[in-house]
Design a protein around this ligand. Structure first.
Ligand SMILES: [Zn+2]
Length: 283
């Protein structure tokens, strides 16, 4: 098993690129030639609700994925919370370059520092494709179960939706000042990092990381693991009655232990609530 530090170092260059891409993706999110669905549409800014902007050609698959997400108590509770949110307008749309991935961005805060706008961009084929176990221990764990036809693509898609909802929930508790500081300092950090021989101990980088609350990889992986924790909450409900639920939890557990040791408590807490700590040997 690789140590966490070695893992950070070996993954740094790739993750830096990913972070830059994520910021660019967030800036590029733009609805175009779509129609607006649903009764929970918020017509003006600073009026909360969920705005679904789904092109006709994606409508059918979107409804399937959404139905799968809403089939669980946790999915329904989270959806209802945002559908009736007093301030936050959450836009959900399908498109973007990453067909099997998804992203959340276009965050806006009001003068009181409260999040009022966020957009989830789903890829058009999120019912396919499993991201790496290193940063996505939960989504990745589904792979063998789909290949054995124990779950369908809609479960994978709904798990990806849950992951994005996890991002929205986490950003709601992040201060605008800190987020803006991170957006501002990421490129500066990356520029130095790419020019100093990938030396994270460079005093300039240590200083920037201190201001941002971690280096870009730590901040990025922390966000991704919050997404994964919410994905696990969804699966906890969705898979609870399936015979293979302990096998699935076991696979998540092994990936978390190997790649996300520092974040283990976050996942163990969910396993504990589910009772997996007793029934599946999660300790
Ligand atoms: Zn994510």
């Amino acid at each position: 098993m690789r140590s966490t530090r070695t893992l950070f170092t070996s993954l740094l260059p790739a993750a830096v690129v990913l972070i830059s891409m994520q910021i660019v993706t967030a800036q590029r999110l733009a609805p175009a030639r779509n129609f607006v669905r649903g009764a929970s549409v918020a017509p003006a800014a600073e009026v909360g609700g969920i705005k679904e902007v789904i092109a006709e050609k994606y409508a059918r698959r979107y409804e399937e994925w959404k139905a799968e997400f809403l089939s669980t108590d946790i999915g329904k509770a989270q959806w209802d919370m945002y559908a009736h949110h007093p301030r936050l307008q959450l836009t959900i749309t399908i498109g973007g370059k990453s067909m099997q991935g998804a992203g959340t961005g276009k965050y806006k805060w009001n003068d009181a520092g409260e999040l009022v706008s966020a957009t989830i961009m789903l890829g058009e084929r999120i019912d396919e494709g499993y991201p790496s176990a290193v940063y996505y221990p939960v989504m990745n764990a589904l792979e063998p179960f789909e290949s054995r036809q124990l779950i369908g693509g809609s479960v994978l898609a709904a798990t990806k939706i849950a992951h994005e909802f996890g991002h929205v929930m986490k950003i709601s508790t992040t201060s605008r000042t800190l987020y803006n500081l991170q957006v501002q300092l990421f490129p500066i950090y990356n520029k130095i990092f790419l020019s100093n021989g990938y030396n994270v101990n460079d005093p300039r980088l240590v200083d920037i990381a201190q201001k941002m609350g971690g280096n870009p990889v730590q901040i990025w992986e922390d966000r991704e693991y919050w997404g994964e924790a919410n994905a696990m909450l969804f699966l906890r409900d969705r898979i609870a009655r399936e015979k293979f639920h302990c096998r699935l939890f076991g696979k998540i557990k092994r990936a978390v232990e190997e790649y996300a040791k520092d974040y283990e408590a976050r996942f163990a807490e969910i396993a504990k609530e589910q009772g997996a700590i007793y029934t599946c040997g999660w300790r």
